[in-house]
Design a protein around this ligand. Structure first.
Ligand code: PMP
Length: 419
């Protein structure tokens, strides 16, 4: 990759927040798996919308409403292109990944699931791809089964064929773990699930922001992700689902916009995807999300993935040099993985580590990362997690490692008892 193709310095210049100081140190933002920072193009799109053409969409007949509707619907088209989806009718805007999965679980589950059916998940799921299925199982009498994980943080795929039974109606699995960085072979998993007659939903909250994703190539039936983890605003999520599937589902929420006709005691539904977008949507943030897509496309998802791969390899190499540091997740060079790196320092609570790192200007996450069953599987209560994005640099990884040494020095003082 040439330096011109990926100019981190130029990218960083677009992100105002990356130039601020935290605790009087230059900010090193390594909490991208939680949410990413926003380029000025996205921030400007919000300001532009509210300053120039703020209006409610779909129902207005005035110029502002038409402009706002066109801009909002253009982002639906754009999202479909970004995912290589066959049509924008497959794209439903929600609030976030969590709502997208809940929408599918509720609307598909109520229409298609019965007692004794099975939903197959994995041990490494985020609570968002766990709790909605627990609720659905409780409501329908369906059961949950789990693909186990080997110690290196890779799913035991050999178990998939055994776990897929005629009762399995859906496989819901993450494409990239928000804790381990593991990339699951979702295309192969989808193929095997389909062979056995099960549908597949992908939690793509950590994959769509970081690597090229083609829903037709994967072959999945549904896929969910959030704008805020890919340079866009908070409050926008996407549910992609095959058109026929959306047609077969009952609405999720009822109200304005999602109907064609309403009588006092009954209603008929709008066409997809609007059938699933009740009430006034998050117009401004969807429009600004379109700018995030444009930004990512301009850099190129493959180039972003390559940059993160290089940074992550460097981070793992540097972190492995630190005495008493354990990394959770794949570390072998041969294993393709994403840029979330979870670790712990011997004898120290991750929250204490995170607090001292923050004092050094380094923002990471410490906690269970909304993956409590995975924490139990790893035998820890929590971890520290550093996660990179397109604007991070090797120098920032060096700052992280220096700050980890500062943590160890701080807690080795006799006055600071270890946990
Ligand atoms: N799934 C995964 C893998 C995630 O990393 C996250 C966010 N941490 C979610 C789902 C939920 O995303 P949101 O909070 O935007 O709904």
């Amino acid at each position: 990759m040439s330096a011109n193709a990926f100019d981190v310095k130029r990218i960083r210049a677009d992100f105002p927040i990356l130039h601020r100081r935290v605790h009087d140190k230059p900010l090193v933002y390594l909490d991208n798996a939680a949410t990413t920072q926003k380029p000025r193009q996205v921030i400007d799109a919000l300001v532009n919308y509210y300053s120039r053409y703020n209006a409610n969409i779909h129902r207005g007949i005035h110029a502002l409403a038409e402009e706002a509707t066109a801009a909002y619907e253009a982002v639906r088209e754009h999202t479909a292109r970004f995912l290589h989806a066959p049509s924008s009718r497959s794209i439903v805007f929600t609030r976030n990944t969590t709502e997208s999965i809940n929408l599918f679980a509720s609307a598909w589950g109520r229409a298609h699931l019965k007692s004794g059916d099975q939903i197959l998940l994995s041990e490494m799921e985020h609570h968002s791809n766990l709790v909605p299925w627990q609720l659905l199982a409780k409501a329908t009498g369906a059961t949950l089964a789990f693909i186990k994980m080997a110690d290196e943080g890779l799913l035991k795929l050999e178990e998939l064929d055994r776990l897929l039974t005629p009762r399995t109606k859906l496989v819901a699995v993450t494409q990239m773990s928000n804790v381990l960085g593991t990339i699951n072979p979702v295309q192969e998993m989808t193929r095997r699930a389909h062979e056995r007659g099960a549908l597949v939903l992908i939690d793509a909250a950590q994959s769509v922001p970081h690597l090229p994703v083609d829903v037709q190539q994967i072959g999945c039936d549904a896929l969910a992700f959030s704008s805020h983890k890919m340079l866009g605003p908070t409050g926008v999520g996407v549910l992609y689902a095959r058109e026929a599937l959306l047609e077969s589902m009952e609405p999720f929420l009822g109200g304005g916009e999602m109907i064609t006709d309403v009588q006092l005691t009954s209603s008929t539904w709008n066409e997809i995807p609007w059938k699933f977008e009740a009430g006034t949507p998050n117009i401004a943030d969807v429009i600004a999300f379109g700018e995030a897509l444009t930004y990512l496309e301009r850099i190129g998802m493959s180039a972003i993935q390559a940059h993160e791969r290089e940074l992550t390899t460097y981070a793992i190499q540097r972190l492995r040099e630190v005495t008493g540091l354990t990394i959770y997740g794949p570390t072998r060079a041969a294993v393709e993985r994403g840029g979330a790196v979870a670790f712990n320092l011997e004898g120290l609570h991750p929250h204490d580590v995170g607090t001292v790192l923050d004092a050094e200007g380094v923002a990471v996450r410490a906690g269970h990362h909304c993956a409590k069953p995975l924490m139990r599987r790893l035998g820890v209560v929590a971890t520290v997690r550093a996660s990179v994005y397109l604007y991070n640099t090797r120098e920032e990884i060096d700052r992280l490692v220096e700050a980890i040494h500062a943590v160890q020095a701080f807690f080795s003082k006799p006055t600071h008892a270890k946990v």
